[in-house]
Design a protein around this ligand. Structure first.
Ligand code: ATP
Length: 318
């Protein structure tokens, strides 16, 4: 359990973090969300003492972090940042093994851990172990970055906008993978993002920061159903916009040739209807009735691409 107790950080005149108190339970994901400059990164960096608090303290499993030398503390706490920070001249295996090597693990244990993590992240160890970061796709580099942060089985993994550099489709996959792996390993994760949708999707608990203050700390359902302030409500509203947008776009706009299983949706169905039908039936395409022609199909990929294009077509303001 991580207890953040009345923690405050001042940079000169700036009150970056203002007396934040929160408890993170072991084996959960806590997401800190807020706009730029709200203090979320500073709050997180005070957990592993990359920043020293002006006042207040942090305890990990009852031990005050202030009593642990920062370099020892940071070996127990994984840290993954946007752009992954991999060492370009080291192989994937050596990158993942960085902290276990520092900790003096023996070679077989390290090799086994590297292979275990690569497999867990869906990367065949024999194919990836000896590659260099520049020989990987962006999504693979990001996975190696997270694998590295998890390698020494840290008490806690801190993640600062880990998916910020990924395009939206990979991002959704990366979030699902993280969730799966966190469940399998039982890791405790604190993740910082400016994206409320990501917070709602990933967090067991969501903390919303505004102007250095923690304005709400609750389960995602609670945040959505009962936002504590207007600011939280606005952030939730922004997150729901893609869904609202989907219900305004006719599925006919992205219908394509080809068949799909199931009863055709009516020709005036919206993308939201099509998405619901796909999710409900577990299919990645559904048929759509068309005027004077055989039914076409609407695919999940098509829906996703159209949602990401945003309200580009005239008359579809969200
Ligand atoms: N080292 C520093 N020196 C002076 N001011 C700082 C320093 N680090 C952060 N700040 C200020 O503290 C406030 C909070 O910054 P912080 O980086 O924690 O916000 P954030 O919510 O993580 O924002 P972003 O999403 O842009 O990273 C900002 O006003 C920032 O300018």
């Amino acid at each position: 359990m991580i207890e953040i107790d009345g923690i405050t950080k001042r940079f000169g005149e700036t009150l970056a973090v203002d007396s934040v108190t929160m408890t993170v339970e072991t084996g959960t994901i806590t997401v800190i969300v807020g706009t730029s400059g709200s203090g979320k990164t500073t709050l997180m960096r005070m957990i592993n003492r990359l920043e020293e608090p002006t006042s207040g303290e942090v305890r990990i499993n009852g031990e005050r972090t202030a009593d642990s030398p920062p370099h020892l503390l940071r070996r127990r706490i994984g840290y993954a940042i946007q752009g992954h920070g991999l060492f370009p001249h080291h192989t994937v295996a050596r990158n993942i093994a960085a902290v276990p090597r520092l900790l003096g693990w023996d070679r077989e244990t390290i090799d086994a851990r590297v292979d275990e993590l690569l497999s867990l992240f869906g990367m065949e160890p024999a194919a990836f172990r000896s590659r260099y970061p520049q020989e990987l796709s962006g999504g693979q580099q990001q996975r190696v970055g997270v694998a590295r942060a998890l390698a020494s089985r840290p008490d806690l993994l801190l993640m600062d906008e880990p998916f910020g550099a990924l395009d939206p489709i990979i991002r959704a996959r990366a979030q699902e993978d993280l969730r799966d792996i966190q469940r399998k390993l039982g890791s405790t994760i604190v993740l910082v993002t400016h994206d409320m949708e990501e917070a709602i999707r990933l967090g067991d608990m969501v903390g919303v920061m505004d102007g250095g203050r923690l304005v709400q700390y609750a389960a995602p359902e609670e945040i959505v159903a009962r936002p504590a302030t207007g600011f939280v409500a606005d952030m939730v509203g922004d997150a729901e916009r893609p869904m609202r947008l989907l219900s305004l776009i006719p599925a006919a706009e992205i219908v394509e040739e080809g068949r799909a299983d199931g009863a055709p949706l009516p020709r005036d169905a919206t993308l939201r209807d099509a998405l619901s039908a796909c999710l409900w039936s577990g299919r990645d395409a559904v048929p759509l009735d068309r005027e004077g022609q055989a039914p076409g199909r609407v695919t999940l990929d098509g829906i996703r691409a159209r949602a990401e294009a945003g309200p580009t077509t005239e008359g579809h303001a969200p």
